[in-house]
Write a protein that binds this ligand. Structure first.
Ligand SMILES: NC(=O)c1ccc[n+]([C@@H]2O[C@H](COP(=O)([O-])OP(=O)(O)OC[C@H]3O[C@@H](n4cnc5c(N)ncnc54)[C@H](OP(=O)(O)O)[C@@H]3O)[C@@H](O)[C@H]2O)c1
Length: 255
């Protein structure tokens, strides 16, 4: 399946795209695809030697060693990105980790780390990047979630919960920024073969159409939604019609 997205477009030519967790797997694939599209990419991860290899690809790449569980390191990285490129058009919150354990045996440090990397870091990236995007009234944001956020497979409790939180985060943020030309969506890459899940079968290439679509949405495009292989899936039902302050709401409705 590699090379599924062969065509390059002019859509991303002068765009500045921030990608977290670019040293391997999906983040690495996304970075290389956007380099092919002549975009400016600003990438981070902890393994600098892996980022240096990407740097060899082309000139418009800024990379920095960042542990995304370190708030100050994120702030520094975003500031440096803006100093170099002057703007951020697209943010892809991709870095993630998992640890498996039944809840009764869960290790507190693992639990904390999963939430720091999978949830707190994306929130800090959003906070720092939104300031820049609002100034230009333009931004496209993708949070890499997972089917795990709805499958809730046993032993993946912390991972699934952290990803489910990313889904709701996008919905909340879409409401907060509704008056700007900034879109935030969440997507799952499906079960793809990467360092995190070496036994999975799919290629990371299969996610590229969705990544490119969500990175280049029009002003009227979706926001606060969840995508999987170009399909929009309503995983958070709209229950805004319910009067949550009325304990008899459903009794009345059912009469
Ligand atoms: N593969 C799948 O089947 C699958 C399915 C659903 C969702 N996902 C999601 O897809 C995203 C990418 O994962 P992947 O499958 O491509 O796995 P991967 O190859 O293990 O990539 C994870 C990336 O996150 C980075 N990372 C981890 N901890 C970090 C930290 N503290 N600071 C900075 N960077 C950190 C890693 O870089 P360093 O180690 O160099 O820091 C690496 O580049 C994740 O959010 C994952 O949950 C994957």
């Amino acid at each position: 399946m590699d090379g599924l997205v062969k065509k390059t477009t002019k859509l991303f030519e002068d765009k500045v795209i921030v990608i977290t967790g670019a040293s391997s797997g999906l983040g690495n694939k996304i970075t290389k695809e956007f380099i092919k599209e002549n975009a400016n990419v600003s990438i981070c991860a902890r393994r600098l030697f892996k980022l240096k290899k990407i740097r060899k690809h082309k000139a418009k790449v800024f990379f920095q060693k960042v542990d995304v569980s370190n708030e100050k390191a994120i702030i520094k990285f975003i500031k440096k990105t803006v100093k170099i490129f002057g703007k951020i058009d697209v943010l892809i919150n991709n870095a993630g980790i998992t640890r498996q354990s039944e809840i009764e045996n869960i290790n507190y440090n693992d639990l904390k780390k999963i939430f720091e990397v999978n949830l707190f870091a994306p929130v800090i990236f959003l906070r720092e990047t939104l300031k820049i995007m609002k100034k230009k009234n333009y931004g496209r944001i993708i949070n890499i979630s997972s089917g795990g956020s709805t499958n809730c497979t046993e032993t993946f409790s912390a991972y699934s919960a952290s990803k489910a939180a990313l889904n709701t985060l996008a919905k909340t943020l879409s409401k907060e920024i509704k008056n700007y030309n900034i879109k935030v969506n969440t997507m799952s890459p499906g079960p793809c073969k990467t360092e995190m899940f070496p036994k999975n079968k799919l290629s990371t290439s299969l996610s590229m159409p969705t990544i490119k679509y969500l990175s280049s949405l029009s002003k009227t495009g979706p926001s606060g939604k969840f995508f999987w292989f170009m399909k929009k899936i309503e995983i958070i039902p709209d229950l805004s019609h319910i009067d949550w302050s009325n304990p008899n709401y459903f009794k009345k409705k059912n009469k």
